[in-house]
Every structure is written in C-alpha cells, then in structure tokens.
Ligand binder design. Structure first.
Ligand code: TV1
Ligand code: CA
Ligand code: ZN
Length: 393
C-alpha cells in the first residue's frame, strides 16, 4: 500500500517465528524477546512482507548446535530447569555451571526452545545465502554474539552467528563479520581467532572493568604469532560514550571500505545490535536510526551476499524502528517508506513519538556528552589501515 514492491532480480528473505517472542528472561531483565513482535508489527504495517520471502523459523537440531557447542554444555542446557537457578539467599554456594543461571543468563521456562529457534533462524538465513536463493537474508532473532563453545555469556546462550558463518564457509572462501552492537563481539571473534577465512570487525564501547565484556582493545588483532593464519584478522574499533551519526558513518566507511578492497570477502555477516542507538537502556552512544541504518546501506552497496542478524537492543520501540528501517533498506524501499509510523500499526502507542526517526531529544532526556575526539578517531582508522597491510589477497 506504500508502493513497496518486490525488487526485480533481487531476493530478500525474512526468517522469524512468533514462538521465540513469547519467552521471558524475567521481570526486570533488559532482554525482551517481545521486541521482535514489535519489529514484525512495524515491518508488516509498512507492507514490507510483500517485497520479501517470509519463512517461519524451525528449531535448530542438536547436531546443528553441536557444530560449535560442546556436548557437555548442550546436554546441560537441555535439562537445566528454572528450579536449578541458584538463589543467593537460599543457596549462596550453589555452583553456576557453564555460566548458566546467574542474573545475565537466567534459566527460564522454554530456554532450550528459545535458543534453538534463534539458531534456527540464523541457520535458515545462511542456507538461503549458500543456495543463492536470497541476496540478503534477515534473522533479527539471532545475533547473540557473546556465547562461547561451552559457556553462556551476556544474555547469549547459543552463538547463532558462529553456526551461520560455519555454514557460509562451506561455500564461500572468505566471510567478513561486522558487528555494530554497542558491545564487543567477543564470542564470534574467539571462534574464528585462528583462521584467515573469517575477518571479524567489531565497533563497540570500550572501557575495561566498566563496560561489558571489557575485551576488544584497538591493539587486539588476532594471534600475536605471525605464523598463525588468524593474525591481523580481528579488527576492533573501541569507542567512547556519545558518538554521533556523522562520526560513526565516516568511521564505518573508512574502515569497511578498505577492508573490503584488501580482504575481498565473498559474503558478509552483519550483526545489527540496536543497543548502539541513542536512548538505549544499556547503550552509551548517540546514534539515530538513520546513522545505524547507513551502515546497513553501505554494506548492501558492496553487492555481496549478506546476512543481517539482530543482537542487543534494550529500548524495544527503538529496536523495532531500526530493524524495520533496515529491512526497508535491504529491499531497497528506504526512500519510499513514510517517516510517520502507519496509523494502523499494532501497539502503535508503544512508539510514543509517531516518527520512524526520533530526534536525540525525543530518544533521551539529555543527549550524552560526546567523548570521541576527531584525533582519536583518526588514530583508530590509521591503526586499522596499518593492520590491513599484513592481510593478503
Ligand atoms: C537481570 C535484571 C539482569 C536486571 C543485567 C547490564 C540484568 C543487566 C539486569 C546488565 C542489567 C550487563 C555485566 C557484570 C558481568 C556483568 C545480546 C561481572 C541494567 C548481545 C550483555 C551485557 C549485552 C551484559 C548483550 C552485562 C548484547 N549489562 N540489569 N548486564 N558481571 N553484564 O556487566 O551484546 O547486547 O543492567
Ligand atoms: Ca560491536
Ligand atoms: Zn549489546
């Protein structure tokens, strides 16, 4: 109804299920799977499903999860019940196995179903890219970048991104992983630390001991041993509070452009964590929906097959705005969707302001002070370019 049509000779697939969205991490926990419902409602109100192939996600199988995660960990994840949740008062000494059951990664009803649905959406997306049936595949329920082989971490239990990239590697010689979540993409970096077939690039707030997870310094570029193929293939862009759209966009292009030219990836995996937006409950940046989306648009312009993953994002109305806008960018309809949120959008009242692009003032009471100097950003770009001199191809 907004004149959104299927792009010619170009296929975008959308992988989701309402099953995932009904799970709860707990009353006060910042991760709200319901933000996926809000996202879908906006995508639908704008008429975008007509321009995409829409797939209902299935649960990933044990064997699929096992392609990265250990049996010990998966077996515990299957059987661990909310009753196993250690309670500080009743049982202060109860051991937390695999980092499961603490406050960040609680055990909740249906946890295994939630995890396998998230992984299922990312694996389906990867398979569509491998079979050339999609040019861009979208899995907003994925993007859980902190999970390790045998450990849950930072609201993430199963690393769906690692699973999806492992699928891409069956077909594509080199995969570029880009992570614009406000947190460091440590789990994905670690999984591909020793290979040159994946280059990982994370942009994040960096302040060890003050901001999770505390890793991802500028100088951390992979194994220090020059003979390890993974050397120079981990790129970290540590940032401070309050970075703006203008700075972030320039930084993104100055880093991803040269990486694309030098590394020549055959596919892109882009984690679009929306906690880098202004006004996020956990984030620290001043990005607007347009600035966040500009990263997606730039990646699309490189013309490579691409998966878009979700990730963090703790102010649901802004998560929905960003991911709906980025869906429109994927289908090439971003110049055609109206800025005013459609009248008939379910839960429209949740958006507070009726625009897709709230101003900084609308997103937060007072914009954060920008602690990123131009000088420091230039140093970061120079350091990354220096790393690229060591990258072959
Ligand atoms: C329950 C209830 C859990 C309220 C967790 C914020 C809560 C946080 C909560 C929280 C919170 C974190 C740490 C400290 C490590 C801990 C999806 C030494 C108001 C991808 C994960 C952030 C981000 C984890 C995930 C972080 C992602 N911040 N309220 N927990 N311990 N954990 O700092 O990258 O977005 O905050
Ligand atoms: Ca990041
Ligand atoms: Zn995050």
């Amino acid at each position: 109804e907004y004149g959104i049509v299927r792009p010619k000779g170009y296929t975008v697939s959308y992988h989701a299920t309402p099953e995932m969205e009904k799970h709860h991490f707990g009353q006060t926990h910042p991760m709200k799977p319901w933000r996926l419902t809000l996202t879908k409602s906006l995508v639908t109100a704008y008429g975008m499903p007509f321009a995409m192939d829409n797939y209902l996600t299935r649960e990933a199988t044990y064997e699929e999860l096992n392609s990265f995660h250990s049996n010990d960990y998966l077996d515990y994840l299957i059987t661990a019940a909310p009753e196993d949740q250690p309670r500080d008062i009743d049982n202060p000494d109860k051991e937390v196995k695999f980092n499961l059951g603490g406050s960040d990664c609680p055990l909740f009803h249906g946890l295994y179903n939630y995890c396998s649905m998230s992984a299922g959406s990312s694996l389906d997306a990867a398979r569509k890219i491998c079979s050339n049936q999609s040019d861009i595949a979208i899995a907003w329920g994925g993007g859980l970048h902190h999970a390790k082989r045998s450990e849950a971490s930072g609201f993430c239990y199963i690393n769906d991104i690692v699973l999806a990239i492992l699928q891409l590697l069956r077909i594509y010689p080199r995969v570029l992983y880009i992570d614009i979540d406000v947190h460091h993409g440590d789990g994905v970096e670690e999984a591909f630390f020793s290979t040159d077939r994946v280059m990982t690039v994370s942009f994040h707030k960096y302040q060890p001991d003050q901001f999770f997870p505390g890793t991802g310094a500028l100088e951390d570029n992979g194994p220090k041993n020059e003979h390890n193929p993974g050397a120079h293939h981990a790129i970290n862009v540590p940032l401070n509070d309050g970075i703006t759209d203008e700075q972030y966009e320039a930084l993104f292009k100055n880093i991803i452009g040269p990486i694309n030219e030098r590394y020549r990836p055959s596919a892109i995996a882009l984690q679009c964590g929306a906690d880098s937006l202004a006004g996020d409950r956990l984030g620290r940046f001043n990005l607007r929906v347009q600035g966040h989306g500009a990263c997606v648009r730039y990646c699309k312009s490189l013309g490579l097959p691409m998966i878009l993953f979700g990730g963090g994002g703790y102010t649901p109305r802004n998560v929905a705005r960003a991911w709906a806008y980025e869906t429109s960018i994927a289908i090439g309809a971003d110049t055609r969707i109206p800025e005013t949120i459609p009248e008939h959008t379910p839960w429209r009242a949740h958006f507070i302001h009726d625009t897709l692009f709230p101003s900084l003032e609308q997103s937060m009471h007072e914009p954060r002070h920008n602690r990123n100097s131009e000088k420091r950003l230039r140093e970061i770009v120079a350091h990354v370019h220096e790393q690229l001199r060591f990258v072959e191809h």
